[in-house]
Ligand binder design. Structure first.
Ligand SMILES: Nc1ncnc2c1ncn2[C@@H]1O[C@H](COP(=O)(O)OP(=O)(O)OP(=O)(O)O)[C@@H](O)[C@H]1O
Ligand SMILES: C[C@@](O)(CCO)CC(=O)[O-]
Length: 460
C-alpha cells in the first residue's frame, strides 16, 4: 500500500503523542576508514550536516505505519497488524531493547522479505535498492523494538547530507530511526539538563546499538564507527576488535578545528561495494593487505598521539605538516587498497598543483568525498581559484564545522523561529516537506548552525 495518508494537527489536550523530531549528524573519517572494519583504529568527527526525522502519530482510527523519505523518493505504507510480528516474537528470536545485537538474524530478514518486495516495485533496480536498504533498516528496527499495538505513525525524513558520499548518511538515518523508536516505546530518559553522566551514557549506548543493527541492514559489514560518532557527536577514536563485544571508544575532547576543505566528487558508489573490494583484496593478497591495514593503524595512532600531545596547536606549521603527512600517507594506503576513484585523484591533483594542502578520500571511497587539510599559508585568492576549478569539474564543496552535537530530540516539534505563532512554531509534516533544499531545512528545524536553538535537547 502506498501514500502517506492524512496528517492530523495535534493539540496538547489530545491523548496522542505530539509530533516530535529527532536529528543526528553525519561524519568525516579523518583517519582509518576500511582498516577499522578489520579491528584497527579510526578517528572520526561529527559534522554539521544532519538528518532530521519527524514522527507524526495518527489517531486511533489509523492502523498504518508510513515512511516518507523524499530525499530518495520513498513513500511506503504498511498495515501494522499485517507485519510478521510472530517471527520476531518467536522463542530465541525476541530481542529486548537492552540486548547487544551484533548481527542480523537471517530468519527474521527472510520473514521481512514479503513486506519489502512491493516497496517501490515500479522503479528501476538501482533506485529500488536504495529504497529497500532504507526500508529494511526501518522495518527490522520497528519489528524488533515496537509491537503490533504500536500507534499508527508517519515517519518523515529529510537530510542535509549528500547520500552515499562517504559522510555517513546511512548511519545518521539509522541513528534517527533508532532514537525515534526507542523514544516511542518510552525507554529513553531525557535528554535533559543536569542528567547524570552515567544515565546519559546508557541512553546513548541504547540508541547506538540499535542504529548499528540498522546499519547492518544497509551495508553487510559495518564497523560501527559511523553510527557511534553520529550518536555521540564530537569526535572519537574508535576500535572494534571483537564484534561480540562493544567497541573501544575514546572521546577526543577539544578536537582541533582543522582547516579543511570538504569536496564531493558526486560520483555515486555504495559503501558495501567498497568494503567488499577490500575484503577481496585481503583474500587475494592476505599478507600485503594486512601490512597495509596495520600501517593505517599506525597512521591513526600517530595522529591521535599528536593531537592529544601537550602543546599541540593546529596553527603550528610543524604540527600541521605532521598531520598533512598522515593525510597523504593514509590516502596512499586507500589508493593501494583499490578504493580511490579518478575523480578523487582529480581533487588531490588540483590541491597538489595549487600547493596549499594535503588530501585524502574520506569514508568508503570509490567516489564520494575528499578532505584537504590546508597549509597555514594557503591564501584566499588561491583557495578561491581552486574552488572554481572544483566547480568546473562538477564537484560540490561543503562548508562544515566538525565536532558538533550527536543525536538530539525536539519534543514536541515546536520551535521559536521568530514567527508570530503563539507558544512557538509547530513544525508539521507539510511545513517540513515544503522546506526547499538543505538551507531551508536548516533554517526551519536546524539544530543550531544559524542560531542557537534551545528547544533541541541533546544527551551531553
Ligand atoms: N536521506 C536519506 N533518505 C533515505 N535513505 C537514505 C538517506 N540517506 C541515506 N539513506 C540510505 O543509506 C544508503 C546510503 O548508504 P551508504 O553507506 O552507501 O552511504 P553513506 O552512509 O552516505 O556513506 P559512508 O558509509 O561511506 O559514510 C542509501 O542507499 C539509502 O538507503
Ligand atoms: C569504509 C568504512 O570504514 C567507513 C564508511 O564510512 C566502513 C565502516 O567502517 O563500516
Amino acid at each position: 500500500m502506498n501514500g502517506s495518508g492524512p496528517v492530523h494537527g495535534r493539540r496538547s489536550s489530545s491523548p496522542m503523542a505530539p509530533p516530535f523530531m529527532v536529528s543526528a549528524p553525519g561524519k568525516v573519517i579523518v583517519f582509518g576508514e576500511h582498516a577499522v572494519v578489520y579491528g584497527k583504529a579510526a578517528m572520526a568527527a561529527a559534522i554539521s550536516l544532519r538528518s532530521y526525522l519527524l514522527v507524526t502519530t495518527l489517531s486511533k482510527s489509523h492502523r498504518t505505519v508510513t515512511l516518507v523519505f523524499p530525499d530518495v523518493g520513498l513513500d511506503h505504507t504498511w498495515t501494522i497488524e499485517d507485519l510478521p510480528w510472530s517471527a520476531f516474537a518467536n522463542e530465541g528470536k525476541k530481542r529486548r531493547y537492552y540486548d547487544m545485537v551484533t548481527s542480523l538474524d537471517h530468519d527474521l530478514v527472510k520473514a521481512m522479505q514479503p513486506y519489502l518486495a512491493d516497496v517501490s516495485i515500479h522503479l528501476p533496480e538501482q533506485e529500488r535498492k536504495v529504497h529497500h536498504a532504507a526500508a529494511s533498516s526501518f522495518l527490522y528496527l520497528f519489528l524488533s523494538l515496537s509491537s503490533p499495538t504500536a500507534p499508527a505513525c508517519i515517519y518523515t525524513l529529510r537530510s542535509t547530507l549528500p547520500i552515499g558520499a562517504g559522510l555517513g548518511s546511512s548511519a545518521s538515518i539509522c541513528v534517527c530511526i533508532s532514537a525515534a523508536l526507542l523514544k516511542q516505546i518510552q525507554i529513553l530518559s531525557g535528554p535533559h539538563a543536569d542528567q547524570p553522566s552515567g544515565e546519559v551514557d546508557t541512553q546513548i549506548e541504547r540508541i547506538n546499538r540499535w542504529a548499528f543493527v540498522g546499519e547492518l541492514c544497509i551495508h553487510g559489514n559495518p564497523s560501527g564507527v559511523d553510527n557511534t560518532v553520529s550518536t555521540r557527536g564530537k569526535a572519537v577514536l574508535f576500535k572494534r576488535t571483537d564484534y561480540n563485544r562493544p567497541p573501544e571508544v575514546t572521546p577526543l575532547k577539544d578536537f582541533p578545528e582543522l582547516p579543511l576543505l570538504l569536496v564531493n566528487t558526486k560520483q555515486s558508489r555504495s559503501t558495501s561495494v567498497e568494503v567488499a573490494k577490500v575484503a577481496a583484496m585481503k583474500q587475494k593478497h592476505p599478507t600485503i593487505t594486512e601490512a597495509t591495514l596495520n600501517s593505517i593503524d599506525e597512521v591513526t595512532n600517530s595522529a591521535h598521539d599528536l593531537i592529544t600531545s601537550e602543546g599541540f596547536d593546529v596553527r603550528s606549521d610543524q604540527n600541521l605538516e605532521h598531520l598533512g603527512d598522515l593525510f597523504r600517507i593514509n590516502h596512499g594506503h586507500l589508493v593501494s587498497l583499490g578504493v580511490s576513484h579518478p575523480k578523487l585523484e582529480h581533487i588531490r591533483e588540483l590541491v597538489d598543483y595549487a600547493d596549499i594542502g594535503w588530501t585524502k578520500l574520506t569514508g568508503a571511497g570509490g567516489g564520494g568525498c575528499a578532505i584537504s587539510l590546508l597549509k597555514s599559508n594557503a591564501d584566499a585568492a588561491t583557495i578561491k581559484r581552486l574552488e572554481e576549478k572544483f566547480q568546473e569539474a562538477g564537484f560540490e564543496q561543503y562548508v562544515v564545522t566538525l565536532g558538533g552535537d550527536g543525536v538530539g530530540v525536539l519534543y514536541p516539534s515546536v520551535l521559536y523561529n521568530g514567527t508570530d505563532e503563539k507558544g512557538g512554531e509547530e513544525i508539521d509534516q507539510q511545513k517540513f516537506l515544503r522546506a526547499e533544499g538543505a538551507d531551508e531545512i536548516e533554517r526551519l528545524v536546524g539544530v543550531g548552525l544559524h542560531e542557537k536553538r534551545v528547544q533541541w535537547k541533546f544527551w551531553r
